[in-house]
Design a protein around this ligand. Structure first.
Ligand code: NAP
Length: 305
């Protein structure tokens, strides 16, 4: 398999590249981003600005991949809310560019999307893969537009929606990362009790993406560890794995945390398409947290920092 991963310098792209190098070493991999990745595999990296339509077409033609996994995005909802134009350019226009190139060269596209495409929907039930999409924030709206473009123009695509992603070699932005940083230095952290979503370790998600690519059953999948814990529950799990007191996690509300972009209070995804095809759930989020803490503790070994 000849594979291109966009967003190789990001949280998921770097974890995915690492997982593929370990588990599918025979695959030919190229990673794309503007800045070089801070972690391996820098040798597989190609610089490209995905908002440049002609350059995207040229690079996809040169690389001639069997599939593109499109992880590149402006993925921080609060940043998108403050910079709506950048958000549309990156999340919609760049995705359109990749989709056009995939269409032209008959390349499969696996596109990463988000639970926030359901921001405006009823948050008292889990959302199905084919439920109507509606979002109340800029990030969600741009991701809905990207999904629509792909559905309208491509035949061989996968759209993968997930909740919070954390862990892997380049996580410097997730709630789990910030909690780890605060709790390691004994600092308290406000953790919302009225805000809940799926939480999936990047390595667990990466293995699922490989499985989906190999199965060739195109369409929409919700892929995440089951259950949608709130932030306080996640923080307690992190503290338990670190052996630190639970009191470092201070119960608070979404309003206290003060976010630019609105979020659904609870966003649970129905995982039924994944279960039909793959029979087993992803590892529970609690296992993902244990793995995350173990990996962070290993990095702290002297000489490896
Ligand atoms: N993180 C989450 O919790 C989460 C949850 C649900 C869904 N998702 C989705 O999952 C995917 C991966 O998210 P992530 O958290 O890994 O994102 P991320 O860490 O923010 O990484 C974004 C990547 O996009 C690249 N990028 C941005 N603008 C670019 C441009 N103009 N040209 C080329 N590359 C560009 C960045 O590299 P450069 O800046 O070097 O170009 C970076 O590698 C995204 O589609 C996101 O919407 C993420």
């Amino acid at each position: 398999m000849r594979l291109v991963i966009t967003g190789i310098s990001g949280l998921l792209g770097s974890a995915l590249a690492q997982t593929i190098l370990q588990e599918r070493p025979q695959w030919e991999l190229t990673g794309i981003s503007r800045k070089p990745p801070r972690f391996r595999p820098v040798s597989l990296w190609q610089s490209l600005d995905l908002t440049e339509t002609d350059a995207v077409r040229r690079v996809v033609a040169q690389l001639n991949p069997d599939a593109v996994i499109h992880c590149a995005a402006l993925s921080r909802p609060d940043l998108c809310e403050k910079n709506p134009n950048d958000s549309w350019v990156m999340n919609y226009l760049a995705t359109r560019n990749i989709a056009l190139a995939c269409d032209r060269f008959d390349t499969e596209l696996l596109h990463l999307s988000t639970d926030q495409v359901f921001y405006g929907a009823d948050s008292n039930r889990a959302h199905d893969e084919y439920d109507a999409l509606e979002s109340g924030n800029v990030y969600g709206k741009t991701k809905i537009a990207a999904e629509r473009y792909i559905k309208d123009h491509l035949r061989r695509y996968y759209i993968i929606r997930t909740g919070k992603i954390f862990g892997g070699p380049n996580d410097s932005k997730s709630f789990m990362h910030h909690a780890w940083e605060n709790f390691s230095s004994g600092k308290e952290m406000a953790c919302a009790t009225d805000w809940a979503a799926h939480a999936t370790h990047a390595e667990h998600l990466s293995r699922s993406l490989i499985a989906i690519l190999e199965r060739k059953t195109y369409g929409i999948y919700h892929v995440a560890s089951p259950e949608a814990p709130n932030y306080l529950t996640i923080a307690h799990q992190i503290l338990g794995a670190m052996g630190r007191p639970r009191t470092l996690a201070v119960p608070s509300t979404r309003r206290d945390v003060g976010l630019a972009a609105g979020r659904p209070p609870r966003c649970e995804l129905s995982l039924k398409c994944w279960l039909w095809d793959f029979k087993n759930h992803l590892p529970p989020w609690q296992e993902g947290i244990k793995l995350f803490v173990r990996q962070r503790q290993e990095i702290k070994v002297p000489g490896h920092e």
